[in-house]
Write a protein that binds this ligand. Structure first.
Ligand SMILES: [Zn+2]
Length: 576
């Protein structure tokens, strides 16, 4: 099954020939650059031993051994008996089998690491590797330390027959336990990762990072080509292909792996106390203790136009301005990755959060790349995946809403746009971690609500939220898009009206003239409002959060006296 060919770099001891550009690299430079060619960026294979050294804090690694496994359960013989093959691999690599495991620290925090070694029988998954990965997961569960795996494998080990297949089951159930206890798992995919490893622990991790140029898939390209008798796309099953198809979170160059892993580990330490955040005083004054902020009366059509200003900060801008150590996470693990939703983990005032928001752009090119902020189903499914991850890791969810609407298109309908939007609402209704949502620009209908069912719903002063765009409403009811300003007024879609209707709990002030005039200040105001909301919500139990969120949405449409109690409106009015 070890299909992808994996040559070791040619070496004369001091000079190594790059497998990518064929240039010669001095061995010292090669080692310093972690086996990456500085000319062409080709990532060469890394031994398990080197991985452990590259990823864990210096001096922190303590090897983990696993129990002895059946040596040759089938008495397997092909051209040579399996025991002889094993003995040869041990002799060549100095390893007992195709993986090493160590406890250690990463960016100062305890982790457990398993690194596979392709040199050992193509990194094939037999009982020894399966046992080691399982033991590592069990340590992670017991000691509540994140599990990191680095894979390089052709697949299951044929010489151990169906027992090697069972290693997939064994490791997969170990990962289920990680989910149950809320321990983070990160998979680092190196070239190549195929078959049984790809179809078990390499892709079951919460976060999947892949090295540039690395390939991953279930069936290898040769098998696929033989089966379908067609040529395959050039980048088939490579890192870029997998990112585009939603299968991995990020392509990370080897030099940046430690940094990315450190950010993930740090951003996912669960919080129970609002460390760096200050709660509101109950009266809703926010950090200044000021009276609730109510935006000045303004023509709703003017608000609609301001909300669409291309200079307004996007979710990606807010992520950079608001969060420490933001690590973007991508992909729905089903079909694709939509750039119309940006999401990831980072820390807000020291508190880890999962930030998820619609993404527009400032230029035509950016707008096209983000589909003008109109997500297809895979955008919503990425959001759902990451909300579930936030719940698993017990970290709050912060969503930023800014969309003209969900993408209306044939492909979106084929993949279940309505289902994706509906499922997000059901999911958000029952999340057991705090959820704060801010409408930062356009709150366009169901596409906005699919990220907007929160414990605390805030809106920026120049944002709008409505069941339909003013243009859409004007076209249908006034039979003319030119009536959009009239429709905007009739729909009562601005912050003041939404506050009166109870649809939003508070209004986030914007810099004079709008958020686009001073994005840094806009981000500070938004950060203060979200921080205050989180500080109020973090002390609440999971059951209380769900109960109050239910109440918040239960009463809409009923006369005020009959409606269920809604959360106390708190306006985090961070003043200048
Ligand atoms: Zn090169």
């Amino acid at each position: 099954m070890s299909e992808p060919d994996r040559r070791q770099p040619m070496s004369d001891g001091r000079w190594i020939q790059c497998q990518g550009c064929r240039g010669m690299i001095h061995h010292r430079r090669f080692a310093r650059d972690l086996g990456v060619c500085s000319e062409c960026g080709h990532h060469h294979p890394v031994t398990a031993e080197d991985r452990v050294e590259q990823l864990l804090d210096p001096g922190s690694a303590v090897p983990v051994e696993s129990a002895a496994v059946l040596a040759d359960p089938l008495s397997f013989v092909d051209s040579v008996p399996y025991p002889d093959r094993l003995a040869g691999a041990r002799e060549r690599t100095g390893l007992a089998d195709a993986a090493l495991c160590a406890r250690g620290r990463l960016a100062g925090r305890p982790v457990v690491l398993v690194a596979m070694d392709f040199r050992f029988l193509g990194g094939s998954l037999g009982a020894a590797v399966g046992e080691l990965v399982t033991v590592a997961a069990e340590i992670a569960v017991r000691e509540r330390r994140p599990l990191i795996t680095v894979t390089a494998s052709g697949g299951a080990r044929m010489q151990e027959g169906v027992l090697s297949l069972m290693q997939m089951a064994k490791t997969s159930q170990a990962f289920a336990e990680l989910d149950e206890v809320g321990v983070l798992s990160v998979s680092v995919v190196a070239d190549p990762t195929f078959g049984g490893v790809a179809a078990s622990f390499a892709t079951l991790a919460d976060v999947i990072l892949i090295e540039p140029g690395a390939r991953m898939g279930f069936a290898g390209p040769r098998v696929i080509r033989q089966t379908i008798r067609e040529e395959l796309p050039e980048n088939f099953q490579t890192a870029g292909f997998l990112l585009e198809h939603g299968m991995v979170d990020a392509v990370v160059p080897r030099q940046d792996l430690r940094g990315a892993l450190g950010r993930l580990v740090a951003a996912t330490v669960p919080v129970t106390a609002p460390a760096g955040l200050s709660a509101s005083d109950g009266g809703g004054g926010g950090e200044t203790g000021a009276v609730p902020y109510v935006p000045e009366e303004r023509d709703p059509w003017e608000v609609v136009r301001l909300a669409r200003d291309l200079g307004r900060p996007t979710t990606a801008d807010y992520a950079g301005l608001l969060l420490e150590d933001f690590q973007e996470l991508r992909g729905d693990r089903v079909f694709g990755d939509s750039r119309s939703v940006v999401a990831g983990v980072g820390r807000l005032g020291g508190v880890p959060v999962m930030l998820i928001g619609h993404q527009k752009g400032h230029t035509t090119r950016e707008l096209v790349a983000s589909n003008f902020g109109m997500p297809p189903p895979e955008g919503y499914r990425k959001a759902a995946r990451l909300m579930r991850l936030a719940e698993k890791l017990r970290i709050p969810v912060v969503t930023l809403v800014d969309t003209p609407g969900a993408y209306p298109g044939v492909t979106a309908e084929e993949r279940g746009q309505a289902v994706a939007i509906a499922e997000n609402q059901r999911l958000m209704a029952r999340l057991t971690v705090p959820v704060v949502s801010v409408i930062t620009g356009e709150g366009g209908s169901g596409g906005a609500l699919a990220l907007g069912m929160a414990d605390r719903v805030l809106i920026c002063a120049n944002a709008w939220y409505s069941v339909i765009s003013p243009e859409g409403c004007a076209a249908i009811l006034w039979k003319s898009p030119a009536a959009a300003p009239l429709a905007a007024r009739a729909l009562r879609l601005d912050a003041g009206e939404l506050l009166r209707l109870g649809v939003v709990d508070g209004v986030v002030p914007e810099p004079e003239g709008g958020a686009h005039t001073d994005p840094v200040l806009a981000a500070r105001l938004l950060g203060a409002a979200v921080g205050t909301a989180l500080a109020d919500l973090l002390p609440l139990s999971a059951a209380e959060l769900v109960r109050r969120r239910h109440g918040r949405f239960r009463g809409f449409g009923l006369p005020a006296a009959d409606s269920a109690p809604v959360a106390v409106p708190v306006v985090a009015a961070a003043q200048r």
